[in-house]
Write a protein that binds this ligand. Sequence first.
Ligand SMILES: NC(=O)C1=CN([C@@H]2O[C@H](COP(=O)(O)OP(=O)(O)OC[C@H]3O[C@@H](n4cnc5c(N)ncnc54)[C@H](O)[C@@H]3O)[C@@H](O)[C@H]2O)C=CC1
Ligand SMILES: O=C(CO)COP(=O)(O)O
Length: 307
Amino acid sequence: MQETTISILGAGAWGASLANLAIANGNRVRVWSRRGSETLSAVLQGADIVLSAISMKGVREVASQIQSLTPSPETIFVTATKGLEPETIYTPSQIWQSCFPHHPVVVLSGPNLSKEIDQSLPAATVVASRVATAAATVQLAFSSSRFRVYTNPDPVGVELGGTLKNVIAIASGVCDGLHLGTNAKAALVTRGLTEMVRIGNCWGAKTETFYGLSGLGDLLATCNSPLSRNYQVGYQLAGGETLAQILAKLPGTAEGVNTCQVLVQLARQQNIVIPITEQVYRLLQGEVTPQQALDELMLRDIKPEYN
Ligand SMILES: NC(=O)C1=CN([C@@H]2O[C@H](COP(=O)(O)OP(=O)(O)OC[C@H]3O[C@@H](n4cnc5c(N)ncnc54)[C@H](O)[C@@H]3O)[C@@H](O)[C@H]2O)C=CC1
Ligand SMILES: O=C(CO)COP(=O)(O)O
C-alpha cells in the first residue's frame, strides 16, 4: 500500500485510537495535542491527510490556527468530531469547509467505541465527502482486517448520525438506569431515530444515511454500551447523581450534553418536534426527574406512527 502522511489533531481517546489504526496500516503518522511539545506547524509539515479528533469546543480555534499556516492545496481534512457549534449551529465539517473552502473535507463516523478499537476488536466506519477521490484516499489509509471502512457521498448526514445519536444515548442510559426493560429501550431507540431523521432533513441530510452505520449503527452501539460516555451520563442521572457530579468524574467528553442544548434551540426556532431530545434537555437542566421525563413522553397526545 502507498504510504500516506497523516497528521492527527487531538490525543484524547479517539485521536489515539485512530493514530494506532493509521500506524498499524504503515502510514507515516504524527499526533498534535495542545498539551504536547510539538508545534502545529511542525506536525502539519508534508501532511496528505489532517485528521481532527478534537472535541467540539476546540474545533473552531484549531481550524483558525491552521488557516494561518496555509496548508498545501492537496491536503485532505478529515473530521471525526461528533458535536455542533452552539453559536453557528455548524457541524464540525462545516467549520472545516468554511475555513478551507478549496480543500476536500471528509467526515469519519460510525459505531466506533474507542476502547473496543483499542482492543483490536472488529469494527466498521464510514468516510463521507462530496469529493469522492478524497473519501477513497481516507478509506485506503484506514482500511484493515479489523477496521472496515465504507465510503458515502452524504457528509453532513454521516456526521449528524454520530452527533444526534449522542442525545438518544443519554436517554438510553436513563432507560437502563431506571430498569425499564427491552420493550422500552426498543421504542426509545426507534423513536429516537425518527427524531434524528427529522432534524437531519433540516440540514439537507439524506434519510437513508440515518439507516446506515453512521446513524442506526452508531445509535445501536452507544445506546447499548456502558463504554459510551453519553450513555453513562444518562445511567448515572437515573441513579440520582447530578450532572455536575457525573461530568466531574467522566473520562473524556460527552458531546451529547452540549448537542442537546443546541438542538432544542434549533427545534424551538424551526418548530421541529423532538420530544425525546426535549425531555433529555429538561433532565440535564434539572427541570424534571428521570421518572417525570418518562411520564411526559408516555402521556403525549396519541398520534399515528408516521406523520
Ligand atoms: N472516544 C470515542 O469512542 C469516540 C469519540 N468520538 C468523538 O471524538 C471527539 C473527541 O472524543 P474523545 O477523544 O473521546 O475525547 P477526549 O476528551 O478524550 O479528547 C478530546 C481531545 O480534544 C482536545 N481539545 C479539547 N479542546 C481543545 C482546544 N480548545 N484546543 C485544542 N484541543 C482541544 C483535548 O486536548 C483532547 O486531545 C468527540 O467529538 C467525540 O464525540 C468519535 C468516535 C468515538
Ligand atoms: O461515538 C462514540 C462511539 O461511536 C463514542 O460514544 P461516547 O462519546 O458516548 O463515548
